[in-house]
Write a protein that binds this ligand. Sequence first.
Ligand SMILES: *Cc1c(COP(=O)(O)O)cnc(C)c1O
Length: 377
Amino acid sequence: MNAKTLLSLAKKHGTPLFVVDHDELRKNYRLFRKHFPRVQIYYAVKVNSDPAIVKTFYELGGSFDVASMQEFHTVYENIKGLPAKARQDFIWDKVIYANPIKPVETLHELDRYKPLVTYDNHEEVKKIAKHAPHAGLALRLRVPNTGSMVELSSKFGALPGEAVDLITFAHEQGLVVEGLSFHVGSQCTNPQNFIQAIHLSAGVFAEAKSRGFNLKLLDIGGGFPAAYDATVPKFSALAKKINHELDRLFPPEIEILAEPGRFLVASAGNAVSKIIGKAIRNEKMSYYVDDGVYHTYSGVIFDHCTYHLQSFKKGPTQICAVFGPTCDALDTISLAEQLPELEIGEYLYSENIGAYSAASSTHFNGFPPAKVVHVNE
Ligand SMILES: *Cc1c(COP(=O)(O)O)cnc(C)c1O
């Protein structure tokens, strides 16, 4: 976003401030559609569950990946005014409950909406058969996450060798397995992860078919990288490779979905904080700001992400440290930022901080999360 606009918003609304640019959300959504014409977008709500963001993707025709009842209800808010039949069709076609492990209370509540849910183990099949017998199933496969910034395969996913047994077992329990899903790891800059996962999936499709199960959909998950810097491969090149394999291995009647999160929202979020203190520590200028890793910069911890801090003021720079406002030394945003000499009351900002940021803000130490402002809504 334009730095001038950010500064005037910070002056108007106060800090810490988190600014979401909906034009950028739309731009990213359309870019994904353009490069993946065959793929339906299921926005991964956990990346930023702000209802206004969900609404913008809903208006663009998006579908949703939810992983808790709270996220389900955030999506449901947009459709609750529709007639019952339209609501049911929407959920059936456009919501995937993509958490392979679901509490029985959640399954019980989900059953009446007949959603598509993921699973990856026998105990989950038994739970679903008992508490959500009207759900459709997608089997989550474990696939390589090599080189992705955030690894997502050690916790979930059936081994490809177990897949057909798990599909058979679900059918024996009276459930229908609609297809497969996987996640190559978040901020995946290694196209081979997608390629290998698509190959593994094609193998499972073929084996399932030979056992009499016709799978209908493939969910290629998230992981599409945000263009944080010049080292990130071009999205169009990645899409080309993925599409080529999808078209080669999956006939057109197989429905392909994806659950992008970071790719859609990272560049739409901006954070502005105010300098509340300064000191020389370890011979380095250290700025203390009113936002930190327990708040909008939570991605430093949870997302293994680094964010650049920029000043609105120009001038000769030096290496500085930037700390958050809480008393914990963990609350360190960066130990090496090039910044000019700044005074208390001046501001710092970060771009590309829309994903996995405000979504995991806490109230630690009595500091509330940043105020959220939406522009171009
Ligand atoms: C987190 C998550 C996503 C979103 O991943 P991104 O890397 O942000 O695109 C998609 N699907 C599932 C199942 C997830 O857990």
